[in-house]
Design a protein around this ligand. Sequence first.
Ligand SMILES: C[S@@+](CC[C@H](N)C(=O)[O-])C[C@H]1O[C@@H](n2cnc3c(N)ncnc32)[C@H](O)[C@@H]1O
Length: 256
Amino acid sequence: MKLTSYQQNLLSDTHRLAAFYEAINQKSRGVVYDLGTGSGVFSSWAAPLARFVYAVEQNHHTAKIAQKNLSTFKNVSLLVNDAKNIIFSENADLIICEMMDTALIDEEQVPVLNSVRKYLKEDGDIIPCGVFNGVEAVHLESKHTIYQEDQTPQPKLMSKLLIYDKIDFKKYIKEETEHQITIPINSTGTVSGIKITTFTLLTSKLICGPTPMLNPPLLIPTNNLNIEKGESININLKYSMGGGLDTIRASIETIP
Ligand SMILES: C[S@@+](CC[C@H](N)C(=O)[O-])C[C@H]1O[C@@H](n2cnc3c(N)ncnc32)[C@H](O)[C@@H]1O
């Protein structure tokens, strides 16, 4: 397979790949859309099980690579376009869409699904089929929003993880979202940020936690609050799904 270094990283993430492989093997049939095909890997798995696969990629350089990688499949057609702009000629039994990002903020998963969902047959499936988003209060040194990667200093966790949102990809998703979350603090000190963790539901029975290339946890600075163990705080969190990290507004307050 021909690959860019970004695609090599995506394909070296074996936990991410194994989860998608399992789901694609279970659900592929009839007409499949693979939105954001990248290297074409998911289309190559779906093609032997499907009647026809529409592989969609908006980046022209990436699409050339996908074209080479998928050239041996007679039942795969590559559409080089923004998935939001495509008028599909037949409805889908399965939509695969991996434009995932932590809390769905920084990539186009939500706007793309909101545009393309109308082509899904009533009994059709989407991979992934949804996400759970969780939040923890943390003591954070960074003044900038960052992804928690292997080299990132670990923030001090000051609460348990609380699931604040569950999103079903088969239903319309409002892109602008706002949450007020009350969370008990379990250690005395300064809360100065939050950590968001996204769990991906590949199918209703297959869940995948963060992996290096699938939704690494997001560390977001807030104002500082000195809190005693046992007290609770409110987290006010607002962002636009698909709007980018600059749309995040996060603050914390004591409970009067
Ligand atoms: C995270 S990569 C996934 C690649 C491949 N499916 C995989 O999982 O290894 C997302 C891909 O979606 C493409 N993409 C992003 N937004 C898109 C859009 N609106 N329409 C079509 N492709 C898009 C990107 O260029 C990129 O190749």
